[in-house]
Write a protein that binds this ligand. Structure first.
Ligand code: SF4
Ligand code: SF4
Length: 289
């Protein structure tokens, strides 16, 4: 069983569009949406939820009315999560790392560590494969832990059902969820576009991905809007041992199809559809060989 993570360094490059069309084209596979802060793969895949579970993240300190405002916890909190108050201290749940120091040192036992529900994760059925996806509560931390949780579920199902491939739609950016979506996979596909910001984000995500020692591929979306920037991306790929596996033409039909919640490949006469199908065929040979 192989795992492919599709990443982009930033939103808006067409990463999820490519991931969703791959999911429709692939076979013997499972899909994972690791964009747990703003998932949108479900818009096209229309999953029917089979199993829903609460995601309980790390513990957060809570203070009760036994606080005598001695200030010891505030003094010792290394994460600056505790602030003054005249009646009892205040703990910022977004800064609290759940280390437990305050609970340990509090002379009146006014602090306890509480585990809270931080989101939900789902195993769903789609017309093409199972989809494992999640939703993190607004402001909740531990997105990396949630990504690892849903990836573990996908792996368990893939092994149990003898699947050949897990397709992971990575989160945008270069933070914790992206790192958790790359750990232990076989292939990473970086989707980029030939703009100055696209090139800069491409280099940033490459720097993150190279630490994982995985086979890296790149695909340039809308490659024909700026051929000189496309050439620069090609040069960077050659210099850094990234296999440029496909280029997708600018196609004015794409926004229209997306607004109608349609797959690009469902209109195979369009240039972008032809390019995505060819891109998948190139991957297919590598993944299922
Ligand atoms: S250590 Fe306990 S009593 Fe002292 S300020 Fe903190 S919560 Fe209140
Ligand atoms: S658990 Fe640790 S991080 Fe959280 S408030 Fe207490 S000392 Fe600070």
């Amino acid at each position: 069983m192989k795992q492919l993570t599709i990443i982009s360094g930033k939103g808006g490059t067409g990463k999820t569009t490519i991931a969703s069309n791959f999911i429709k084209l692939a076979h013997d596979h499972i899909a994972v949406d690791t964009d747990v802060d703003a998932a949108n793969l479900h818009i096209l895949l229309k999953p029917e939820i089979e199993v829903k579970k609460d995601f309980i993240g790390g513990a957060v300190a809570k203070v009760n009315d036994d606080c005598i405002t001695c200030g010891k916890c505030q003094e010792l909190c290394r994460f600056d999560a505790i602030s003054d108050s005249t009646v009892k201290i205040k703990i910022d749940p977004l800064k609290c790392e759940g280390c437990g120091v305050c609970e340990y040192i509090c002379p009146t036992g006014a602090i306890t560590l509480v585990k809270e529900k931080q989101g939900q994760f789902y195993t769903s059925n789609t017309s093409f494969c199972k989809l494992i996806h999640a939703r993190l509560n607004p402001g909740a931390e531990n997105s990396g832990l949630l990504v690892t949780t849903i990836r573990n579920i996908a792996e368990d199902i893939a092994y149990a059902e003898n699947k050949k491939l897990i397709i992971i739609d990575g989160a945008p950016g270069i933070g914790c969820p992206v790192i958790a979506s790359l750990n232990g996979v076989d292939f990473a596909l970086i989707v980029t576009e030939p703009t100055l910001s696209g090139i800069s984000d491409f280099k940033k995500i490459y720097d993150v991905a190279k630490f994982f020692n995985i086979k890296m591929f790149a695909c340039i979306n809308k490659f024909d809007i700026n051929l000189s920037n496309t050439a620069e991306i090609q040069k960077f790929c050659t210099q850094n041992n990234i296999s440029l596996i496909g280029k997708i033409s600018y196609d004015e039909n794409v926004p229209k199809l997306l607004s109608q919640k349609k797959f690009i490949i469902d209109s195979p006469q369009n240039p972008a559809a032809k390019d995505i199908i060819k891109l998948w065929e190139n991957f297919d040979k590598i993944i299922y060989e």
